[in-house]
Design a protein around this ligand. Sequence first.
Ligand code: FAD
Length: 538
Amino acid sequence: LSCVLKTIPAPASAEHALEWKPASSLLPDELRDLGIRALIRDDAEATALASSDFGNMSLHVDLPAAVLYPSCPGDIAALLRASCARASPFPVSARGCGHSIRGQASAPGAVVVDMPSLGRLAGGSASRLSVSVDGRYIDAGGEQLWVDVLHASIAHGLTPRSWTDYLHLTVGGTLSNAGISGQAYRHGPQISNVQELDVITGTGEMVTCSKKKHADLFDAVLGGLGQFGVITRARIPLVPAPARARWVRLLYTDAAALTKDQERLIDVEIGAGALSGLMDYVEGSVLADQGLAGSWRSSFFSDADAARVAAIAEEAGGVLYCLDGALYYGGAGGESDVGKRLELLVHELRYARGFAFVQDVSYVGFLDRVRGGELKLRAAGLWDVPHPWLNLFLPRSRVLDFAAGVFHGILRRGDTGAMGPVLIYPMNRNWWDSRASAVFPEEEEVFYTVGILRSAAPTSLDGGQLLRRLEEQNEEILRFCEDAGIGCVQYLPYYADQADWKKKHFGPTKWAKFVDRKRKYDPKAILSRGQRIFTSPL
Ligand code: FAD
């Protein structure tokens, strides 16, 4: 190993320094003989932390045997080669920040790679973020947070184009899924905004790949759920950054009016309508009558507004919709026409008159908008609660059937009193590459994402009861789609076993390709077993 081995610091989220204990006999002998032994811990605190995730439904997760804190990509390659060389290999999972919901980044009884330590042990984040102003790209370590990618780029007046709503996620973690937000309609998901990757495959091989070089591995890894390799670097294209965002929220009393307007805004084909592409960011959400003003992801309404909003929601039968949009300006976004663009939009869109809300914020503040809500929830002790989130992609033609059955039906029943945002917004399919591993509805030009992002924080029910009720509702939603023939797929998917992955997620053609790639890049099925896709060598 060429890396300098250092004493391992406590994991970032541990509150106090931990006493180092040597790796126990649980670890395969080969691990002890590797040069990386000093980077491995198997004490209770390290393994507990590495098995936790944002879903906080620990029933799903068993402890790993050990955690590797790599100081450089070579440490990860050494671990994977050691596993691969064994007659019975031990599984290995990369863990970004563990923002998964159901143990996807875990490695029960095996080894978790704590990706953030790549930045920490390499001498701080900055050393793994490098902007090329002439080349208009940033090279970011797979463990880096998108918020740090933003700040490093903005320092040069540049920015990536495609984001997630929440920026404290790792580059490798979102690229293993798709990485979506309100910019995806015009620039594609994050997986469509990558030029090159450094990947360590399941055999421990370190490969640089792109659309021109090792293109099949590049496509496999993007949206590949960690199955084909560990991403240790991504090259992300940059464009000149705007300075500010005019952030707009418009209320709608029915889903048809909302989706019609959203689709007018995202219709960016040549010759499309007057509103197409006017907004730089288009999302939407459902405000059910509970917690109307309390959406933690953004607080838009004053107390007086909240009362008006509650009144119109009641008139609308308890369910209200929002169109969320943003227009960038200033800096590279130009100064002049933001007022005119906004005027045109507010005039043309069919929202409930009198219910347009506008804020003016910095571009960076807009992109990092969810962080404030996170800090508030943390302060209230409501962040580390169970999160039985359900994210779906739906074909455009069935979105109103879904709204009728789910927003006005299933979610209104059951008296859960559960809080949490419900997102709904469309994306253009032509920005999604069907050669990448990510699964999305391919049959229509436009598909919707729906995110039902609820917390099981104890309310009138105790936490455990509430969690069960929310899980039952999620199952009811999936059954409803199946019975109604709504061809949806899960985003950030979870299936209990391979048969479900094959039948419900991939379908025969995509599954055959997925298996073929697994055979090529991780034939012993070492990587990301927490996804429950492959449990034994192929
Ligand atoms: P982890 O949860 O640690 O890992 C996820 C999977 O990727 C695991 O299978 C893991 O083994 C694998 N993995 C991790 N790192 C690597 C790597 N370097 N190389 C290969 N495989 C790797 N998603 C969106 O698209 N849009 C959003 O707006 C959005 N908002 C979110 C808001 C919150 C509050 C949360 C908790 C999640 C949100 N997500 C969103 C979901 C997020 O994209 C996923 O949780 C994703 O997995 C990133 O989390 P992570 O970096 O912590 O990865």
